[in-house]
Design a protein around this ligand. Structure first.
Ligand SMILES: [Zn+2]
Ligand SMILES: [Zn+2]
Length: 418
């Protein structure tokens, strides 16, 4: 009896599992757009692909379920049926025979990533070339962290013909070469002397297949060039040159599994933006590793006499205050190191950099002397200088013992006696 209950429970659990909501399965909202569905399928099908989870039955089941959910939701008609009647409705709809349902999850996968639906490291499947891309972002985003987007143009499998190159889906074996893509040509070089050459079949251009009605979108080439958007997660303090890999997002082709798209993070030249938060002093900080560098200009009076305050706006808008009291001198090119006002230190293991550690902000003081003065002011200053020069001034040349006349070098002819 107990066993029967357990069995029943098991069946019940399976039933629930099998009927997981398609939207939930793909992690999208009820009103998800075509683009969102495709994006969800792209990332989930890679994650659960059996080649990446060898021996993991539940991953395999997920892979199949994700494909089914995608195919139901991407088709307007079956999505309507699903929204109204749920899984039961879809079952009946499928029995009615819907031409766009593919049933083979590997086939669907290959329409997204090329090849035969498997990854390069299993089954001898060839992987296409990787694509490298440099994406430049402002220093502000490295400091604050940000989720942004970038667009890349790539070769994609034509979705109109699903990579067949044929408008009606029919692809015939080339009758000129029998599908080999090449023919043997016999050429007479001299009487009785022949050469046999293998040449590419000109009827099918070496493909071995012909298409009676080429796809109007890709012209039969099976691929198109199109822009694709990717999300870019910039974590606080990420270093320059860090490589972010988007698996299987490089150029696609039915002949191979798409390679990886590799993004190198670079920094844009600093410039003021339109919005307030893009107009902070921090925009012009220079970064070296975890430290930031800044030049602050002081007047002669400030550098010498003190009594000044400066508010530097940092990359996230907070203020770093610099100041000196009266009598505190700052030497030209003096560097003040302010702890914890540099870059956040990037740590891959920390979720969004919890428990942040920061580098330092190095402020270099530049002192600017006035090159013009009011006449009266000049006279006053001169008077003060003269007064103190007469009283306690020293000639530094004399202090340092410098000669009054040039020093004559010994001539090249003079040898030292050995
Ligand atoms: Zn041929
Ligand atoms: Zn096409």
């Amino acid at each position: 009896m107990l066993l029967r209950i357990l069995l029943l429970l098991g069946v019940f659990a399976l039933g629930v599992l099998g009927a997981e909501d398609f939207y939930k399965l793909l992690g999208v909202k009820k009103d998800a757009s075509e683009r969102e569905l495709k994006k969800a399928y792209r990332s989930l099908s890679k994650k659960f692909h059996p080649d990446k989870n060898p021996g993991d039955e539940s991953a395999h089941e997920k892979f199949v379920a994700v494909a089914e959910a995608y195919e139901v939701l991407i088709d307007e008609e079956s999505r309507r049926v699903y929204d109204q009647y749920g899984h039961e409705g879809i079952k009946q709809h499928k029995q009615g025979g819907s031409p766009r349902q593919h049933h083979d999850p590997f086939d669907l996968f290959s329409r997204f990533f090329g090849g035969s639906g498997h990854f390069g490291h299993s089954g001898g499947q060839r992987q296409g070339p990787n694509m490298e891309l440099r994406v430049a972002i402002p220093l502000r985003d490295f400091y604050n962290g940000r989720v942004t987007e970038f667009e890349v143009e790539k070769q994609a499998i034509c979705s109109a013909c699903e990579g067949t190159g044929s408008e009606d889906g029919h692809v015939e074996t080339c009758d000129a070469c029998g599908g080999r893509g090449a023919r043997i040509q016999r050429q007479q070089l001299a009487p009785g002397l022949f050469q046999q050459m293998q040449v590419q079949c000109d009827k099918c251009n070496g493909k071995g297949k012909t298409i009676a009605h080429p796809c109007p979108v890709c012209g039969g080439s099976r691929v198109v060039r199109e822009p694709e958007k990717h999300e870019l997660h910039i974590e606080k303090g990420m270093p320059l040159g860090v490589r972010i890999t988007y698996e299987n997002e490089a150029d696609e082709s039915p002949d191979w599994v798409a390679g990886d798209l590799i993004v190198h993070l670079a920094e844009t030249d600093p410039q003021y933006g339109q919005q307030d938060h893009e107009r902070t002093d921090g925009t012009f900080f220079r970064r070296r590793g975890k430290d930031l560098f800044w030049r602050e200009v002081l007047s002669l009076r400030e550098a010498w006499m003190g009594d000044w305050t400066r508010n530097i706006t940092h990359l996230d808008g907070h203020i770093v205050q610099l100041s000196r009291k009266r009598g505190e001198v700052v030497q030209p090119n003096q560097i003040e190191i302010i702890a914890d006002e540099g870059m956040p230190v990037w740590h891959q293991e920390l979720e969004n950099n919890a428990g942040e550690v920061y580098g330092s902000l190095h402020v270099e003081y530049v002192v600017v002397l006035p090159d013009q003065m009011e006449k009266g002011m000049e006279k006053d200053f001169w008077g003060v200088w003269e007064k103190y020069r007469k009283k306690s001034g020293k000639l530094l040349d004399d202090e340092w013992g410098r000669p009054k006349e040039p020093i004559v070098m010994p001539s090249a002819d003079d040898h030292d006696e050995l």
